[in-house]
Design a protein around this ligand. Structure first.
Ligand code: NI
Length: 137
């Protein structure tokens, strides 16, 4: 069977403050600038979740995208949407909530959740100009 990659886009919004608590205020301002605002700021994120696998002969699907949507909603989006990454999200506790760290945390949750399909790539858009991607290494 041919192997195909399918992608579901999800959207959520969340707040954060990007800073390192072990840095001084001056270091945090110099390193993170506006992102270090102590009173938080938010983004409208987009998350592209790509899974790869053989086309199922019975359904013609690699993985029903409605099912993928439900998995990502339940496992990730519902835990972060309208939340503060620094305060509200248990799996980001003690982690600087950059897009880089967020996408790796999402990967750890989603990789086992999409089996038997294989999680191939995540792309996390923080703004329309900035995105990060991760393929799990
Ligand atoms: Ni930000």
């Amino acid at each position: 069977m041919p192997r195909v990659t399918v992608t579901r886009r999800m959207r959520f919004n969340a707040a954060h403050r990007v800073f390192n608590p072990s840095f001084s205020d001056e270091e945090n301002n110099a390193t993170f600038g506006k992102c270090n605002n102590p009173n938080w700021h938010g983004h409208n994120y987009m998350l592209d979740v790509s899974v790869e696998g053989p086309i199922d002969a019975g359904t013609g699907y690699v993985l029903d995208l409605a099912r993928l949507r439900d998995i990502v909603e339940a496992q990730v989006v519902s835990l972060v949407d309208h939340k503060n990454f620094n305060l509200d999200v248990p799996f980001m506790k003690g982690v600087i909530p950059t897009a880089e760290n967020v996408i790796v945390a999402f990967w750890k949750i989603l990789e086992p959740a999409v089996t038997p399909a294989k999680l191939q790539r995540l792309v996390l858009w923080e703004t329309e100009n900035n995105y990060v991607e991760y393929s799990g290494d």
